[in-house]
Design a binder for this molecule. Structure first.
Ligand code: ME8
Length: 644
C-alpha cells in the first residue's frame, strides 16, 4: 500500500473569555513549525486551530461585561485570528464551536452514542454554589464546605444529567496504549496517563441544566452539552466527520494533537474513549508540551505579568520570538520566559552567528567575485568536512523534528552555522583574495553559500521570513518554505548567478539602551501606588442597607455664595427630589442635565447652605481630588432601578 503522505495537526481550541497570551502563542507556533516542516517533507498538511466558545466560563465572562455571550465571543475571536496572522501561522482551518457545522456534528455524535447506550440519563450529585452556578467536588470546596471562589456556603444538589459511559472503556484504552506506546509523548506523560487509567475510570457527566450557553441536547433542550464534550469534537468536525469519508480516511489516521499538560486527561482519556465508542480510531499522537512561567512567576492577570505576543512581535520581530520559544526549552519541559533571555538569544544566535555568517559571506562575494556565485574548484579536506557536516546536519535535524525536538533540531542547525563562521576564520578568504588565489577563493565562497542555502531551509519552519530573506540575499529565487528538504543537494547552485541586495538580518540590540527602554515600559505598565485609604471590612448585609438607585438629572442650579456647590433636581421615576453636591468645578449644568446617575436614596437628609439635600450622588475621585467622574449606567434602564 502506498504511504499516506498526509498529516493532520491541531492546537487546542482556546477559550475566548480573554485575550491570547504567550501560552497560546507557544502551542500555535510549535504546531505551525511542525506543519511547515511536514510540508517541506512533502506531506499534504491539514492544520486546524480555533476557539472554544461555549460553557459557563464564557457565559460568566459575558455577563460580567454586560454583553451577550455571542457578542463577547464574536469580539474576542478577532484577537486570536489577528494574532495568528501576525505570527505567520499557516493553519488551514479555524474552527469556532458556535459554528453551525460544528453544532450539527456534536448533536449527531450525542444522538449516536445515546442510541448505542454509551450515553444515558442519570443524576449528578455535587456541591453547588448557587450565586456562582458552579459545582465543586468535596476536595475542591473551601473549609466548612464553602465556595472556593466566593466563600458562600455550598449546597448539596442533585441534578438530572446525561452521562458518558467512560467506565466501559478502561480496558480498551489500556489495550490501545499498550499497543501504541508512542501515542502519548513525552514518555512521562504516557506513564502518568496510564497509571490514571489503571486507577479506574468513572462515567462522566456530559450535560448541564444550570448553564444556558451551549449546544442543546437533541430532543431534551433543558440540557446543554458539557463544554468539554462539545470542544473535543472540534477535531472531527474540522476533518469533515461524518460524511466526508475521503477527508476523514486520509487525515484522521495521522492526527497529532498538541497542547500543554493541563489538558492531557481530556485528550488522552475522555477523547479517545469517545472515539472508541464511536468506532473511530483514537488520535495517533498527543504531544504535551511544558508550561511557561514569566520571570519566575506564574502568569496571571492579577499579577499583571501576562506576556502579550503582539507586543513581543512588535518589539523583537516575529521570527526572533518564534525562534526563542522553540529554541529556549525542550518541547515537553517547563520554561521561564524573560525578555532578557530573548535579547540574549537575538544577539548571540541570530545576530552574531547566523547574521554574521551571511553578512561576511556576501561581503566577500561582493568584494572578490563581483557579487556573483563563484565557480568552485576541487574540494580540500577542510571543505569536504564542512560539506559532510552539512549533509549530516540535515539528517540530524529531520530526526529531531520528527519527534518534536525543536530545540535539538535548531541546535544542530546552529552547529553548522557556527562551524561556517569558524571556517571563514580558518580559510581567511580575504587573504586568498589579496593573493589572487581565485580558484581556492571560489571554492571557499561557494562552500559558504551552500551552507547558507541549506541553513535557510533548516530555519524555514521556525523563521519563515528570515529564510526567505537569506535566499533573497543569496540571489536564490522562490521561497525556501515552499521547497522540499529532499530536493536539496550540495553543489546544485549554479556558479555565475548574481547575489541579491545585502542587508542586516538581525541588528544587535544594545543592552544599555534596551535596559533603559524596558524600565520605562515596565513603569508605564506598572500598578499605581496604593491610595492607602481603605475602610473596615463590611458584610453583604451592611452593604444591603445602602439603597442605591438610578436617577435622571432634570435641572441644575448654582447654590449662591458657594462656588463648589450645585443644587441638582432629580427624577427617580417614582419620586422627584433635590440634592446638593460639590461637583461644580468638574461639570457644567449642561454636562449634567439629562445624565442618569446613581444616588444613595436612604441617606439622612441634611441642610446645606439653606437647601435641603435628600440623598447623595456617587462619583469616583483621584486621591489628589483633581480627577472626578460621575457613576452612570451603561444602557437604558427604568429610572428608580435598584443598584446592588
Ligand atoms: O483549555 N504555558 O483552552 P485554554 C504553555 N478550551 N502553554 C499554555 C500556557 C502556559 N502558561 N497557558 C496556556 C482550554 N497554554 C480549552 C481547550 S481543546 C478541545 C479545549 C496553552 O484557552 C496550552 O496549549 O485554557 C494549553 O493547553 C492551552 O493553552 C489552554 O488553552
Amino acid at each position: 500500500m502506498a504511504e499516506n503522505r498526509a498529516f493532520y495537526i491541531t492546537t487546542p481550541i482556546y477559550y475566548v473569555n480573554d485575550v491570547p497570551h504567550i501560552g497560546h502563542a507557544y502551542t500555535t507556533i510549535a504546531a505551525d513549525a511542525m506543519a511547515r516542516y511536514k510540508r517541506m517533507c512533502g506531506y499534504d498538511v491539514m492544520f486546524a486551530t480555533g476557539t472554544d466558545e461555549h460553557g459557563q466560563k464564557i457565559q460568566q465572562a459575558a455577563s460580567s461585561r454586560g454583553l451577550s455571550p455571542q457578542k463577547l465571543v464574536d469580539s474576542v475571536v478577532v484577537n486570536f485570528k489577528k494574532l495568528w496572522e501576525r505570527l505567520f501561522i499557516t493553519n488551514t482551518d479555524f474552527i469556532r464551536t458556535t459554528e453551525e457545522r460544528h453544532i450539527r456534528v456534536v448533536q449527531w455524535i450525542f444522538s449516536r452514542l445515546l442510541e448505542k447506550g454509551d450515553i444515558y440519563l442519570g443524576s449528578y450529585e455535587g456541591w453547588y454554589c448557587v450565586p456562582c452556578e458552579t459545582y465543586f467536588t468535596e476536595s475542591q470546596a473551601a473549609e466548612g464546605m464553602k465556595c472556593p471562589d466566593c466563600g458562600r456556603p455550598l449546597e448539596k444538589m442533585t441534578e438530572e444529567s446525561y452521562f458518558f459511559r467512560m467506565s466501559g472503556y478502561q480496558e480498551p484504552l489500556l489495550d490501545y496504549y499498550e499497543k501504541n506506546p508512542d501515542a502519548i509523548m513525552p514518555k512521562t506523560r504516557y506513564n502518568e496517563v496510564l497509571s490514571f487509567i489503571r486507577s479506574g475510570l468513572r462515567d462522566q457527566s456530559i450535560s448541564r441544566t444550570t448553564v444556558k450557553w451551549g449546544v442543546p441536547v437533541p430532543g431534551d433542550e433543558k440540557h446543554v452539552i458539557y463544554v468539554w464534550f462539545d470542544a473535543l469534537i472540534n477535531y472531527l468536525t474540522a476533518c469533515g466527520f461524518p460524511g466526508d469519508d475521503a477527508k476523514v480516511g486520509k487525515f484522521w489516521p495521522t492526527v497529532n494533537h498538541i497542547m500543554a499538560k493541563d489538558i492531557i486527561r481530556f485528550h488522552c482519556i475522555v477523547w479517545p474513549a469517545m472515539l472508541l465508542a464511536l468506532g473511530v480510531n483514537p488520535p495517533k499522537r498527543v504531544f504535551s508540551h511544558g508550561w511557561w512561567t514569566v520571570e519566575g512567576d506564574k502568569m496571571s492577570k492579577s499579577k499583571g505579568n501576562v506576556v502579550d505576543p503582539f507586543e513581543m512581535a512588535d518589539l523583537y520581530g516575529v521570527d526572533a520570538f518564534r525562534y526563542f520559544l522553540l529554541r529556549e526549552i525542550p518541547f515537553g519541559s517547563d520554561g521561564d520566559f524573560s525578555e532578557a533571555a530573548l535579547v540574549q538569544r537575538i544577539n548571540s544566535d541570530l545576530a552574531n552567528d547566523l547574521g554574521n555568517l551571511l553578512n561576511r559571506t556576501l561581503q566577500m562575494v561582493k568584494n572578490f567575485t563581483e557579487g556573483r556565485i563563484p565557480e568552485p574548484g576541487e574540494l580540500q579536506d577542510h571543505d569536504k568536512s564542512l560539506r559532510d557536516l552539512a549533509e549530516k546536519t540535515l539528517e540530524e535535524y529531520k530526526e529531531a523534528m520528527d519527534v518534536y525536538a525543536f530545540d535539538e533540531a535548531l541546535k544542530s542547525a546552529w552547529t553548522l552555522i557556527r562551524r561556517g563562521n569558524k571556517y571563514i576564520d580558518e580559510t581567511m578568504p580575504w587573504k586568498l583574495g589579496r593573493e589572487k588565489n581565485i580558484e581556492r577563493l571560489g571554492t571557499v565562497l561557494y562552500t559558504l553559500q551552500e551552507v547558507l542555502r541549506l541553513s535557510a531551509l533548516l530555519v524555514a519552519p521556525v523563521m519563515p521570513e528570515t529564510a526567505l530573506r537569506i535566499w533573497g540575499q543569496l540571489g536564490i529565487e522562490g521561497d525556501p518554505s515552499k521547497r522540499l528538504f529532499d530536493e536539496y543537494a550540495w553543489g546544485d547552485r549554479a556558479p555565475g548567478t548574481p547575489t541579491g541586495e545585502k542587508e542586516v538580518l538581525f541588528p544587535r540590540i544594545d543592552l544599555k539602551e534596551w535596559e533603559a527602554e524596558k524600565a520605562q515600559r515596565d513603569a508605564r505598565k506598572g500598578l499605581q501606588p496604593d491610595p492607602g485609604e481603605h475602610e473596615e471590612e463590611i458584610t453583604i448585609d451592611d452593604f444591603r442597607k445602602i439603597e442605591l438607585r438610578v436617577a435622571k438629572i432634570t435641572s441644575v442650579e448654582a447654590v449662591p455664595k458657594a462656588d463648589k456647590l450645585y443644587k441638582i433636581h432629580l427624577d427617580l421615576g417614582y419620586e422627584r427630589r433635590t440634592i446638593v453636591s460639590g461637583i461644580r468645578e468638574a461639570y457644567t449644568p449642561e454636562d449634567l442635565e439629562g445624565m442618569r446617575i446613581i444616588v444613595i436614596c436612604n441617606l439622612k437628609p441634611a441642610t446645606i447652605r439653606g437647601v435641603q439635600s435628600k440623598g447623595m450622588l456617587l462619583a469616583a475621585e483621584t486621591p489628589d481630588g483633581e480627577g472626578l467622574a460621575l457613576l452612570t449606567v451603561d444602557r437604558d434602564i427604568p429610572l428608580g432601578a435598584r443598584v446592588r
